[in-house]
Design a protein around this ligand. Structure first.
Ligand SMILES: [Zn+2]
Ligand SMILES: [Zn+2]
Length: 334
């Protein structure tokens, strides 16, 4: 097989069979990272395309580190648009495991700027840019978020300036992809195109203002992502009749049990419960909105992804909400 033919096969395997297949093929051929799969001037593989609104949970975790649950991030794919909602640490790893190359993300949306939601941004920005010997973004990265997004992501970009200049000079990354464009909004239409409408709305994350959630409408399907929030009327309004509501939650029973064992954790626990939603409150929101399917994410405290832990974590929820309930796991697809 010629070198060029070999590359074609690798790309085909990656696109059709996922990262595991691609990785196995690469190690057989003794190749290294993704950057060596495409030569300069060669077109990168086409972005993932989904005829229907598709959601992939990339990270269902929280600020406490966990090998089982990456920090918050969700991919929403509608046609050729790939939206990344939040970009916590580990997002690039999870994108690859979901067979999405970082440069295939077309829009990055933030719900708010707690560190667990943006700590993967630097890694994502550089790896989605690539350039030279790897497939990369040749245009500015489109970033959307609440009205402090330019200020905060701008500072993350400032700390990358030195690295960015080196990559343009030394690694021949395309300068066209070295920048970010911002759209800041707390309410209204965030994006509209090719039949996809993304609506942003304010949520109630206590002192964390601004904080927002997102609604995606595409080809008759509606998905709502709550972001971090207390139970909130605006989420009920936006999620009315939604197919899928992805809502953050904590288990009140688990937190109270922990405080019984460790009374010193009382203040910390009260703080968490003060600006998040319990599983029961999220279930009430889902019932009031009449959604079909409630998916929990941002799980506090995060249960090991084994069904009996997760069932105990969410105990009592189905007494309140009678639709489908799923305790989210990283890389679940809806
Ligand atoms: Zn938060
Ligand atoms: Zn959070």
């Amino acid at each position: 097989m010629t070198d060029r033919g070999r590359r074609r096969v690798l790309l085909g395997l990656t696109a059709a069979g996922g990262v595991m297949v691609g990785a196995a093929a690469r190690s057989r051929l003794g190749l290294g990272g993704l950057g060596q799969l495409v030569e300069p001037g060669e077109e990168p593989p086409a972005p993932p395309f989904r005829e229907h609104l598709t959601v992939i949970l990339l990270g269902t975790g929280i600020p406490l580190p966990s090998v089982h649950r990456s920090r918050p991030a969700v991919a929403v794919i509608a046609g050729a648009h790939v939206f990344l909602v939040d970009c916590g640490a580990g997002t690039v790893d999870r994108l690859l495991r979901a067979s999405i190359w970082p440069h295939q993300v077309t829009h990055v949306l933030f719900t708010h700027h707690h560190n667990d939601h943006n700590s993967g941004f630097s890694d994502f920005f550089i790896t989605s840019w690539g350039g030279g010997a790897s497939p990369g973004r040749k245009t500015p990265l489109k970033v959307y978020g609440p009205t402090n997004t330019r200020e905060i992501i701008g500072k993350l970009m400032a700390h990358l300036e030195w690295d960015i200049s080196l990559r343009v000079k030394q690694n021949k990354f395309d300068p066209g992809g070295a920048h970010v464009t911002y759209v800041e909004r707390d309410r209204g239409t965030m994006f509209e195109g090719d039949g996809v409408v993304v609506t942003v709305f304010p949520v109630d994350h206590g002192i964390v203002r601004p904080a927002v959630g997102y609604r995606f409408d595409y080809r008759g399907r509606r998905v709502v992502i709550s972001g971090d929030t207390r139970p909130c009327d605006e989420v009920i309004r936006q999620a009315r009749g939604a197919d899928l509501l992805i809502h953050e939650a904590y288990s009140k029973r688990w937190i109270e049990r922990a405080v019984e064992d460790y009374p010193k954790a009382r203040d910390l626990a009260n703080g968490i419960m003060g600006y998040h939603s319990s599983t029961f409150e999220a279930a009430e929101v889902a019932r009031a909105a009449g959604v079909n399917h409630l998916v929990f994410t941002h799980l506090m405290p995060s249960p090991t992804p084994v069904w009996y832990f997760e069932r105990d974590w969410a105990a009592g929820v189905t007494d309140i909400f009678h639709g489908q309930v799923t305790v989210g796991r990283d890389l679940m697809v809806f």
